[in-house]
Write a protein that binds this ligand. Structure first.
Ligand code: ATP
Ligand code: MG
Length: 426
């Protein structure tokens, strides 16, 4: 596939290179068929478009201002970018895009040596002016220029460092961590959206612990998530442990913000411009987590003798977070339990024992009353009004407290009234 592209560029007198992460992943043998392929060329964007169009099923030009044309070629997403010779506006530090002519200049502007390699096409020669291959073999994270210069040019690279360290099991070159600690305050000039995206990519690494520890030691953690800066050292360490614990990134994100509590987590995510739905879901997960932990510790309202009160508590939590999120909640609760020396000793969760028993007994996906408002009006001779809503709410509360009921049982319950009074005649 790249061969056809390469031929088209070569025929037009342009150079084309595989570049960046794709070269690194090829070298590691870890490139998969659904990874995007990044290419760079000396051709400018309008020319790139002309050259790829005959070979592509789709062409995107949203990134054209920044020199990038996206395309789908033989089912694969490719991004072709004109060589960059980025300069940075010293005030805003926003990259000022300027197109370069040399691949070596382009590579010098890349974040790390392992990402600063290119393979020329069609002859497939490796260009590695900064020793990326040797660094990869030695498991070393190094910047092409000095770390201070590189991080000063784009402070987001410090968060990228946190991601690449654990992902490829690297050690930072001497001086890299000190430069990051020194320049951590510069992260404030990076847009929160870029910070958020990079944080999510770190949380998606299979074992992100070393990256989080790097963020913690350098003070970058409190710069990336300012609300965490206000917490004590121990709480930040706990945040890192929970963020590195097993589970999907949703669980890790909730763990990272866990020490802020349900009230603090939502606003902290909103400040990072997470979509509201995600910020709220994380808040709900953490609020449910306190209920689970209280139940497991034998505390909290409704935890008394017998299963009834705990059953109700479980149903209310399912109602609050949604049945789909219960697996996340269980993982999060287990991660928190594992941190505590007492509860990490293999003791199960009362709450989740109860949850699994209930899930086998009743349909927890359906906590709605078995009758709708129309049926309630018909049966009780009501006209539309607040009484209908009140009746439905009573049924819902009953469902949560006592479990499933049939439509007949629900109607009988309504007829009996809140205190056994007959309400059918209003
Ligand atoms: P991944 O496999 O996670 O996509 P990647 O290395 O491909 O990792 P991308 O964010 O896709 O990372 O970026 C592609 C390439 O662009 C990088 O390999 C690197 O060469 C360059 N790059 C990306 N972001 C920066 C940056 N902030 N500063 C310098 N170079 C960067
Ligand atoms: Mg990539």
């Amino acid at each position: 596939m790249v061969d056809e592209l390469a031929a088209a560029f070569a025929d037009a007198g342009h150079r084309l290179y595989l570049v960046g992460g794709v070269v690194r992943d090829l070298m590691l043998g870890s490139l998969t068929t659904h990874d995007d392929i990044d290419l760079t060329t000396d051709a400018h964007p309008p020319r790139i478009k002309d050259l790829v169009a005959p070979l592509a099923t789709d062409v995107w030009s949203q990134g054209e201002r920044f020199g990038t044309i996206g395309a789908r070629v033989e089912g694969r997403a490719v991004e072709i970018t004109t060589h960059r010779a980025e300069a940075y506006d010293p005030a805003s530090r926003k990259p000022v895009v300027s197109f370069g002519h040399s691949i070596v200049d382009d590579l010098s502007r890349r974040d790390f040596t392992i990402n600063a390699m290119a393979v020329s096409l069609p002859d497939r020669e490796l260009l590695d002016p900064y020793g990326g291959a040797a660094d990869l073999a030695a498991r070393r994270l190094r910047t092409p220029l000095s770390p201070a210069e590189s991080f000063g040019d784009d402070p987001l690279r410090m968060l990228r460092a946190a991601r690449f360290l654990p992902r490829f099991d690297l050690d930072p070159e001497p001086g890299l961590e000190a430069a990051a600690a020194e320049l951590a305050p510069r992260l404030s000039i990076v847009s929160v959206e870029r910070v958020r995206d990079e944080l999510e990519r770190l949380l998606a690494v299979s074992e992100p612990a070393r990256g989080l520890a790097f963020l913690h030691r350098t003070g970058l953690l409190g710069r990336a998530v300012p609300a965490l800066a206000a917490l004590g050292e121990a709480a930040r360490a706990e945040a890192c442990e929970l963020a590195a614990a097993p589970g999907p990134s949703r669980v890790r994100r909730a763990g990272l913000l866990g020490p802020l509590g349900p009230e603090g987590a939502g606003p902290a995510l909103a400040a990072l411009r997470y979509p509201n739905a995600e910020a709220e879901a994380t808040g709900r997960l953490l609020s449910a987590l306190s209920t689970v932990l209280a139940a497991d510790a034998g505390r909290g309202a409704g935890v008394g003798p017998g299963d009834g009160p705990l059953d109700e508590m479980v149903r209310r939590v399912v109602d609050q977070v949604g049945l789909d999120a219960m697996a996340d909640l269980e993982t999060l609760a287990a991660n928190v339990a594992a941190l505590s020396p007492v509860r990490g000793s293999g003791v199960g969760s009362r709450f989740f024992d109860c949850f699994h028993r209930l899930a086998a007994q009743e349909d927890l996906a359906d906590l709605d009353p078995p009758v709708d408002g129309r049926r309630v009006m018909e049966e009780l001779g009501l006209t539309p009004g607040p009484a209908v809503g009140q009746a439905l709410d009573r049924l819902r509360q009953h469902r949560l407290a006592a479990g499933p009921m049939t439509a007949d049982e629900a109607l009988a319950l309504l007829r009996a009234g809140p205190d056994g009074r007959i309400v059918t005649d209003e």
